[in-house]
Write a protein that binds this ligand. Sequence first.
Ligand code: TV7
Ligand code: CA
Ligand code: ZN
Length: 380
Amino acid sequence: MNNFKQKVTYYYDEEFGTFNYSTTHPMKPLRVAITDDLVGHYGLKQYMNCIDQTFVQTYIKRVDEDVLTQFHSYEYIDLIKVITPDNKCQYEDQLYRFNFMEDCPVLDRLFDFCLCQTSGSVGAACVIADQKSNIAINWSGGLHHAKQSEASGFCYVNDCVLGILELLKTYQRVLYVDIDIHHGDGVEEAFYLTDRVMTCSFHKFKEYFPGTGHIDDIGHDKGKYYAVNFPLNEGLNDDSIQFIFKPVIDKIMENFRPDVVMLQGGTDSLSGDRLGCFNLSIKGHGTCIEYLKKFNVPIIMVGGGGYTLRNVPRCWTYETSLALNVPIQDNIPDESDYKIYFGPEYKLHLPISNMEEQNSKDYLEKNIVQILDNLKQINP
Ligand code: TV7
Ligand code: CA
Ligand code: ZN
């Protein structure tokens, strides 16, 4: 446990790939299993400190349930512990109350699923705080919509919030950046009143789930100016994300000066996503990671959305290589167990679509000006 060879810690537990929402549900935990397989076949694991759930349990020395109730209510976690697809009829009122509807069905082994996802983010926070690594990765996490006592948008427990709470035991200021196409509402809400966590989400706004994340939502009380929202239209491309990401992050780094960063890297912002409507390439998505790395602040990278099964593993494998500074070839390794998912191209990088960019430079510039103006209020 003491000989951490490398500075990148990578969490994956084999159990994660065995969970299933339903055949019709767009969220597929299998995408993380395919990612892990690809990361392995690209030979990236040899450069990382690879950890799983058993490691985290030993490392953090905490009871399973106590990990989740740092943020979630006991009533809510108690239900997650007992509910199964077979007995859910007996809990009709609670299912409704805690929002276990079509988006968040009662999964088989739901409690284990929540624990598996959260162990990665809390374990990442611990290895960072103990200075064993300066980057820690959990592609099984990033479920940013879960609330204290409510499931929402495919998310049951909020591993982002739980990881950040762990970081707050060591660090004074934490920055949360969210490039999933959806608004990071659960994380924003959890830290809306504090100046110790800044949340910054880029997302499709207007007629889109979850409907929050207006540019004027900037936090409240002590937390005023510590929530940043960049609302966007369809078709966001690589040029546009770089155009907005750099100035906003620069100003945050300059004025907020975070001790540590969590990046939610949902891949539903990629071109061709089944639920998303942005037009980023994998390289464009990855520029956000490359940019954050420049500041030499420890980073936790978590997953999130991503509903086109062939895109997600490509993107997260590429971003694992960026974290490591180890370039990888464009040809998908022949030995990959899931090679069928990567045909007919068998390349890591795919072309983007020809959809129209509906974010004009003027619109983006106007938003940047307003956001930078709010960030001026923070004393550097
Ligand atoms: C982080 N969009 C999560 C993103 C969560 C998005 C939604 C679906 C959806 C659910 C299904 C399904 C779907 C094809 C797509 C208002 C509703 C409309 C349920 C049918 N197919 C993340 C959540 C979003 C479930 N929810 O940020 C079972 O799309 O828009 C909504 C809410 C009510 C419920 N109905 C959808 O990426 C991980 N859901 C098929 C089967
Ligand atoms: Ca987002
Ligand atoms: Zn999403």
